[in-house]
Design a protein around this ligand. Structure first.
Ligand SMILES: Nc1ncnc2c1ncn2[C@@H]1O[C@H](COP(=O)(O)OP(=O)(O)O)[C@@H](O)[C@H]1O
Ligand SMILES: [Mg+2]
Length: 325
């Protein structure tokens, strides 16, 4: 599959004329052939040369850049709060937000979490310097290829459970698990990105805007009701993410208003997951409304491992020379 990063919309499309961006995403040598989007070629902190826009979300832009000191490609995240394009909620503007995000991701320190190299400051703005990931986000893959197979979703679920359980063990809640924040790398790694609204379990969550940040379609009912996030809240978001991967659309309909969407998640019954097959009990268990009834990471992981085992093709039938079956 070839995906293009369109410099104006930052959406990626399939197509043969879009080699440059594919090369950029694949981590191949940086090329100047791609049209330089606005802001590219700028030198940040005297060291990182912006080359191309890799993507953007509701809270920032992520650039492919070249580290001119170590001569290696890096990804730089810049906070750009003005680019709100969806119904998602964002925390209030906080100049240290990217620092908090980088700290959370660095604390997790797991192969399933994006690796943070540094945070640099320029003109009172922080930039996160991190590993540039090859491949695509799960959201992009679903948009281009449609629903994924049970085997693919099982593998992605196991990868995400690994990193989420590691994060919870060190006291970090991601709070924003959704297809746009899951990266599927060319080497098979499943990487959770965007710790922008992650929080520490032991912190007093005093800032209500922080509680309400994220995408309501993937936010657990207890959080939408105003409760503090907990590990089970990440499990709900994982269930909604895996459902979206199987069905091509999220479990709760995106209402005409934000209120309708919130009511659907808090009280509504999820749409039937028609392609779940053996994954159905896992998806249903992760989407339980009451966090006490929801599958824990460990139970979900064991269930997915069993399914993966069942999906494995059996040993090849032995062909006996000279024997006609
Ligand atoms: N380390 C990375 N390498 C490559 N692309 C990335 C990386 N981090 C983020 N992206 C791309 O940038 C997009 C926005 O990044 P994200 O951190 O989710 O920003 P936001 O906080 O605004 O949602 C992602 O959806 C992904 O396409
Ligand atoms: Mg994001």
């Amino acid at each position: 599959m070839r995906l293009l990063l369109d410099s104006t919309t930052s959406k990626r499309h399939s197509g043969p004329a879009q080699v440059e961006a594919t090369e950029l995403k694949a981590g191949l040598p940086i090329t100047r052939r791609a049209p330089a989007p606005h802001g590219a070629a700028r030198l940040v902190a005297g060291r990182y040369r912006l080359r191309a826009l890799l993507g953007r979300g509701g809270m920032g832009r992520v650039w492919l850049a070249e580290d001119e000191l170590l001569h290696r490609p890096v990804a730089l995240k810049q906070a750009v709060l003005s680019e709100r394009t969806s119904d998602d909620w964002y925390p209030g503007d906080n100049p240290d937000r990217l620092l908090i995000e980088a700290c959370a991701a660095a604390t997790v320190n797991h192969k399933g979490a994006v690796t943070i190299y540094d945070v640099v400051r320029e003109d009172s703005q922080n930039w996160i310097v991190m590993e540039p990931l090859s491949g695509h986000t799960l959201a992009e893959l679903i948009t281009v290829e449609g629903p994924l197979s049970i085997a693919q979703v099982t593998r992605i679920g196991l990868g995400l459970l690994d990193v989420l359980m590691a994060a919870h063990r060190v006291g970090i809640l991601h709070c924003d698990v959704k297809p746009a924040n899951v990266h599927l790398c060319d080497d098979g790694r499943v990487v959770l990105t965007d710790f922008g609204i992650a929080c520490r379990m032991l912190d007093e969550v005093s800032d209500r805007t922080r509680l309400l940040a994220g995408s309501p379609l993937y936010t657990a009912p207890e959080r939408l009701r105003g409760g503090n996030p907990e590990p089970a809240s990440d499990m709900f978001a994982l269930g909604a993410t895996l459902f979206t991967a199987l069905e091509g659309k999220p479990p709760f309909s995106n209402g005409r208003s934000l209120f309708e969407t919130v009511v659907a998640v808090v009280e509504g019954v999820p749409a039937p997951c028609q392609h779940a097959g053996p994954l159905r009990p896992v998806i249903d268990g992760l989407l339980a409304k009451n966090p006490a009834d929801r599958l824990t990471g460990e139970v979900a992981r064991n269930a997915l491992l069993d399914i993966q085992q069942q999906l494995r093709p059996g040993p090849p039938t032995e062909v006996l020379e000279g024997v006609n079956a």
